[in-house]
Design a protein around this ligand. Structure first.
Ligand code: SAM
Length: 452
């Protein structure tokens, strides 16, 4: 059977979609190639959030197409995911060597389409239609991937789509309207993962706090999302629950209170703020103010003082003045984020912000990006340094990426800790003493805890 290589751009949802497609292909008899050069099929799973991400994937496909045309013309080339969804056939018109374009509601059809291409029944396939029930098709996991031992952590997609309509964002168009899986379905998937050795699960969605808003009635004041957290929390053998990304609007008292009740829910929140200026938040259509956001952080830290908080911030949104930007700098200092992903605003087609007056030059975006990054790095370094000398519980995930001779795990607040240890520690919850802080990484010593 042919072998497939999938290269993924963008967010964790894309990583998860690629994993599910890989597992679905393996179930149909395809094999997973370790590299592009060994593959009979190369699929690029794409991101549309910024123009740079789209250009990167298009550039990569151009290089692949030229290479394959010269040396291995039989190789099947395809785009999947967000850019495939938003551009559809246009991608084949632009890059005629592309054989396959699969949208975000059609990942589960990848194997069928490839079968038809290999059987010679179809030449080119573009499948970007909407499909009812597609939110429940991202289910399979590759738990014994190429050379990988059994993973300790896993991502579970709980919903698809987004109804938020932030004025900068293309995602509602690429991912469609919000659709949630049932609680029973998500719990069944989590149970299977735990039975196969997974100890930590991250629930995934564009806006997880909107989970079940249409499908699951509020019960005892608890949203569908909180009901889901409770149900997943019941799973015996599961040690930790994370989720990403929530929306600040979704932090009702039921969710804040869930942190007090559910010990498996770890002290970590990735809470995209986008800007510290009320004028910008309004223009972005975010639905909260700076004060409201700070209030949520205060409540979360009130319940769990060790809460690690990370965020997404856009710099250079249309009309952002120096004073607006300084509001973002001051918000970053006030919250003391553990880390932040900073994005230079990128106009996306058919989004309201792309048509707004006051589009800023690239130099301004770059300068603000650099200034904000310096502040985020300074605060992050201080927060990481605070861990030194303290004890922390980590879940050991496997070899450290930078130095595979060492192990890495994460604290409940989502900080990576590198330790010395052996394979038998994988999957263990371990108390370590943090001995040193590097750049957004901690170094720990389990032995020191043991002798004390
Ligand atoms: N759903 C999450 C939310 O908005 O709360 C985040 C999902 S989005 C895929 C990841 C991040 O990309 C956003 O939080 C935002 O900071 C950034 N982003 C989205 N559209 C952008 C644009 N047009 N230009 C720059 N950054 C953008």
């Amino acid at each position: 059977m042919p072998s497939v290589y999938i290269k993924t751009y963008g967010c964790q949802m894309n990583e998860r979609d690629s994993e599910a497609v890989s597992a679905q292909l393996v179930a149909k008899g395809y094999t997973l190639a370790a590299s592009e050069s060994a593959a009979d099929v190369i699929l690029l799973n794409t991101c549309s959030v910024r123009d740079a991400a789209e250009q990167k994937a298009i550039g990569k496909m151009r290089t692949l197409a030229a290479e394959m045309r010269r040396h291995r013309p039989e190789v099947v080339l395809g785009f999947m995911g967000c850019m495939a969804q938003s551009r559809g056939r246009e991608l084949i018109d632009k890059l005629p060597d592309v054989d396959l374009v699969i949208g975000t509601q059609k990942f589960h059809r990848a194997a069928d389409h490839l079968d038809e291409i290999f059987a010679g029944k179809r030449d080119k396939v573009v499948d970007v239609a909407e499909e009812q029930g597609s939110e429940a098709t991202i289910r399979e996991h590759v738990l014994n991937g190429i050379g990988a031992s059994k993973p300790v952590t896993a991502f579970v997609s709980i919903m698809q789509g987004c109804n938020q309509r932030c004025t900068f964002c293309i995602v509602p168009d690429t991912r469609g309207a919000e659709r949630s899986r049932t609680i029973a379905d998500v719990v069944a998937e989590c149970r299977e993962l735990v039975a196969r050795g997974v100890r930590e699960i991250t629930l995934l969605g564009q806006i997880v706090t909107s989970y079940g808003r249409r499908e699951i009635p509020v019960r005892d004041g608890k949203s569908g999302f909180v009901q889901l957290l409770e149900a997943v929390h019941e799973i015996e053998g599961l040690e930790r629950i994370r989720f990403t990304s929530p929306h600040p609007k979704g932090y009702g008292d039921d969710l804040v209170e869930a942190y007090a009740r559910l010990p498996k829910l770890v002290e970590s929140a990735h809470l995209p703020v986008q800007s510290g200026s009320d004028a910008m938040l309004k223009a972005m259509h975010r639905g909260y103010t700076r004060e409201k956001y700070l209030g949520i952080i205060g409540k979360l830290r009130g319940v769990r003082p060790q809460m690690g908080v990370t965020t997404d911030i856009i710099v250079g949104f249309p009309g952002e003045t120096e004073a607006d930007f300084e509001d973002t700098l001051s918000l970053a200092r006030e919250v003391e984020f553990d880390n932040a992903y900073i994005f230079k605003y990128s106009p996306r087609r058919e989004t309201p912000a792309a048509e707004m007056p006051g589009q800023l030059p690239r130099a301004v975006k770059e300068e603000r990006n650099a200034r904000l990054l310096a502040v985020i790095n300074e605060i992050g370094a201080r927060r990481y340094e605070n861990y030194v000398g303290r004890q922390a519980e980590i879940l050991v995930e496997g070899p450290s990426k930078r130095n595979p001779a060492r192990l890495m795990g994460r604290t409940r607040s989502n900080k990576i800790v590198v330790i010395d240890g052996s394979e038998r520690h994988r999957g263990q919850l371990m108390d370590v003493k943090v001995t040193r802080a590097g750049s957004f990484t901690l170094y720990g010593d389990p032995a020191i805890i043991n002798v004390e």
